[in-house]
Design a protein around this ligand. Sequence first.
Ligand code: AMP
Length: 299
Amino acid sequence: MPTTPVAADAGDLPSRLPFEILRDPRAMRARAEDLRRDGLRIAVVPTMGSLHDGHLSLLRAARARADVVILTLFVNPTQFGPSEDLARYPRDEDGDLAKARRCGADIAFVPEVPTMYAAGAQTFIEVRELARPLCGEKRPGHFAGVATVVTKLFNLTQPHVAFFGEKDFQQLAVIRRMVRDLDQGVEIVGMPIVREPDGLAMSSRNAYLSPDERTQALALSHGLAAAEAAFTAGERDAAALLAAATASIAAAPAARIDYLELRDADELTPVDRVTRPAVLAMAVFVGRTRLIDNRVLRP
Ligand code: AMP
């Protein structure tokens, strides 16, 4: 996997502590406890690596809001289904560590699967209604894997604040609810979707796309734009808004809709008419690659 160079920009803040790479969960936890004892405010940015500017925006925001920034790099097997892309998920640890350092991370936590999941692990966190539709329906077990690994990462890194992208809109909703319901005491900050100049939402999975698929992947952002244009023109009917998005996506022959729905932005319940903020959320296969994107429509 080639390493994409990421320019350090003028806004990049250097780490105040020497950069550290920790792989052992027990060492991570001990380090976090020391940092807390020293009265430092800890931010964590959980990722699966193969970092792009979307991830780096989270790191920069974390840098501005905490004394110590911990980036976690872990391709979490429990959030992948049996027929999904776990084995071929892009990995670029050296490139990630260089970018992390440049964007103000103090600690990179890079655990291995066997140290994160002891043999015989059988405890999982289930968030119910919020995790059922959309990606939850299409990827059974996905959000239990996410909620569990995020909780484990919180336990190991002891953060005061954690940063997540709105690109994974349902994931952010699930994590917020989990933190509230389980009194995890971590402030959750959601950050806007970072896009390529042509509108494609940045994703580690974009690396799978052939040049032709990369062009056709614009179907997603074009679909969102078509629905938003209708919304701005006054359309509030969910079926009409979804039809506008569908028509735009259908123009790309390699695109196949996995789901395309309009749901309440807080509860993710279905909506027929937009009377309060609603999220237009989609998963679309472009060739074999499944991409997600969303936009919140606010009346
Ligand atoms: P991932 O490595 O895909 O698990 O993503 C790690 C974090 O980065 C998650 O909180 C994602 O929502 C966030 N993220 C991924 N892509 C983007 C993007 N294009 N813009 C903003 N955040 C993103």
